[in-house]
Design a protein around this ligand. Structure first.
Ligand SMILES: C[S@@+](CC[C@H](N)C(=O)[O-])C[C@H]1O[C@@H](n2cnc3c(N)ncnc32)[C@H](O)[C@@H]1O
Length: 334
């Protein structure tokens, strides 16, 4: 067999932020080493630490979205991949599992076929296929070699192959920005309660507002631009057609959740979020996107964090799959 075991890890990130994701990985410990960039957003690395400890160390990572272990390398041939997995990866009968194959090169192989074949074999052995919420994941990444590993789903940082989380695009969707809020709610454990008072800055055309309204919240949407006409049916919506700067001056409300997706310089948006702290109940949460469009995104990010920490605890920072050149932050009003 032309396969050998190694203590490898593959991480995934957004291509524009690869450098910063690699830095996050190298900071795990002195043994952490980048081996090869497999494609724009996928990187093969090595560490002396067990995968579970690497996972623990990367729990708060901002740029690394997904990791999976590499316990076996083999030739990128379907029969070899299937037999290596079956021989090496033991899943208990009745334990739930999923197979996630990613093909990064122009192979004749189809991820779908490998996933199906392996799923059928493990199911025949009594294991339970659960693609949405598996306990164990077999990860297979194929380039010139096939890199394979078995892990607890929770250790991979995301249940989705490469962290590429997908949501259903419903008829009623107003903007693609909705995916950002949906992903943040899922990854950051944020919920929007019925009857809660929500302030949505930079709300137009209204995707985030729509999601909050669907949850039964009372939404004040602030944006000089028009909101989508489909939102007229929600009695809980108030649209203030103005800039956030002018709205804040005259407002004396007590909101329970602040959403800020304004297209605006990072530091300016952070300053405005701070001004909104006085409009929020103590302990209220704020979800904001910080646009990192400058040539020094880390400097921009640090500056924004410094500004925001005057009025907020920074609960979570993450470059979500649906974020382009931006970071999503979950904050708690001090
Ligand atoms: C990315 S879009 C927001 C998309 C929205 N979250 C959604 O789900 O449909 C950014 C918005 O920020 C708004 N914006 C930019 N500067 C603003 C300001 N000073 N005050 C309020 N809104 C602003 C723009 O008009 C634009 O509609």
């Amino acid at each position: 067999m032309s396969e050998h075991k190694m203590n490898g890890i593959i991480f995934s990130c957004q291509q524009n932020f690869f450098r910063y994701a690699a830095d996050e990985f190298k900071q795990i410990d002195a043994s952490a080493r980048i081996i090869e960039r497999l494609d724009d957003e996928t990187c093969l690395c090595e560490s002396a630490l067990p995968f579970s400890e690497v996972s623990q160390a990367l729990r708060e990572a901002v740029f690394i979205r997904h990791i999976c272990p590499v316990q076996i390398q083999t030739e990128p041939l379907a029969a070899r991949i299937i037999s290596s997995a079956l021989y090496n990866f033991h899943i208990e009968p009745n334990e739930s599992f999923a197979v996630q194959t990613r093909i990064l090169c122009n192979q004749l192989l189809k991820a779908y076929d490998i996933n199906n074949e392996l799923s059928d074999r493990y199911t025949a052995a009594g294991c339970r296929l659960d693609i949405k919420s598996p306990r164990k994941i077999i990860s297979i990444v194929i380039k010139e070699r096939a890199y394979m590993g078995l892990s607890e789903a929770g250790e991979n940082l995301s249940d989705w192959a490469g962290g590429r989380i997908r949501f259903h695009k419903g008829e009623e969707q107003i903007s693609r920005a909705e995916f950002k809020l949906e992903e943040a709610m899922k990854c950051m454990d944020l919920s929007i309660k019925p009857q809660s008072r929500v302030l949505d800055l930079g709300a137009a055309p209204g995707g985030w507002s729509r999601i909050a309204l669907e949850k039964g919240a009372l939404v004040t949407a602030v944006d000089p631009a028009d909101m989508d006409k489909r939102l007229l049916k929600y009695p809980g919506l108030t649209h203030i057609q103005a800039t956030a700067q002018s709205f804040i001056k005259g407002c004396a409300q007590n909101y329970e959740l602040l959403l800020n997706d304004m297209r605006m310089d990072a530091a300016e948006s952070a300053e405005l979020t701070n001004l909104c702290a006085d409009l929020l109940c103590r302990g209220a949460l704020a979800l904001i996107t910080i646009k990192l469009t400058g040539i020094q995104p880390i400097k921009q990010l640090k500056e924004s964090e410094k500004i925001l920490s005057q009025r907020f605890e920074i609960v979570r920072l993450r470059q979500l799959f649906h974020n382009r050149s931006e970071i999503t932050m979950l904050l708690k009003r001090l």
